[in-house]
Design a protein around this ligand. Structure first.
Ligand code: URA
Length: 215
């Protein structure tokens, strides 16, 4: 997918630090502990980007030299929703930067035959409709899980959503932008395609397995 073909709602955070760390993560020789640390570091940089348009106000403060109207966050209520289990790898770094955000979880697994998502857990704040919702999942592959998660969050009242992924496939980008054109996507890179098993190529393998050493 050429950058010129990208829908306006997609932001590729192609920062040198992000791309360097992502290349280290892709390497199959990278051990789980290093993989998790790199994901945490990249998530800080993705959080920085997704928070770029948070509303601001000012507050009068006194520096040692003068009084000033200082810019501060307007106090937009946030919730970060992690799609289990790999979403938790992005969650930690996001919380480092936005420590007051609430956290929701959605448990979905991919049926290996149909590649369709099956929900097994969901817990989100009751006032989700009043919050900006940042959905996190490292791998946007078919987009089936992410679209199902966003659908469920909208059913719960969510109106202001953003999606943050580490790595995306063109198929996933297309699926989300078609089904949820109101949801901006932030991703570090868009790879070539999906293979027959729904894995992103060249990708980095199964993010959950790489994080937790389960394979
Ligand atoms: N989920 C993963 O963890 N990796 C992929 O390549 C696709 C989906």
């Amino acid at each position: 997918m050429k950058t010129t073909d990208l829908p306006k709602t997609v932001t590729v955070v192609a920062h040198p630090l992000v791309l360097h760390k992502l290349s280290l993560m892709r390497d199959k020789k990278t051990p789980s502990a290093v993989f998790r640390q790199l994901l945490r570091e990249i998530s800080l940089l993705l959080a920085y980007e997704v928070a770029r348009d948070l509303p601001m106000t000012t507050q009068t403060i006194e520096t040692p030299l003068a009084e000033m109207e200082a810019p501060i966050l307007k106090g937009k209520k946030l919730v970060i929703v992690s799609i289990l289990r790999a979403g938790n790898g992005l969650l930690e770094g996001m919380l480092d930067l936005m420590p007051s955000a609430r956290v929701g979880h959605i448990g979905l697994y991919r049926d290996p035959k149909t590649l369709q998502p099956v929900e097994y857990y969901m817990k989100v704040p009751e006032d989700i409709g009043e919050r900006r919702v940042i959905v996190v999942d490292p791998m946007l592959a078919t987009g089936n899980s992410v679209c199902a998660a966003i659908r469920r969050l909208k059913e719960k009242g969510a109106k202001d959503l953003r999606l943050v992924c580490l790595l995306s496939a063109p198929e996933g980008i297309r699926h989300v932008t078609e089904e949820h054109p109101d949801v901006p996507i932030y991703t570090a890179a868009i790879d070539s395609h999906l293979n027959d098993h729904g894995y992103i190529v060249p990708g980095l393998g199964d993010a959950g397995d790489r994080m937790f050493g389960t394979k």
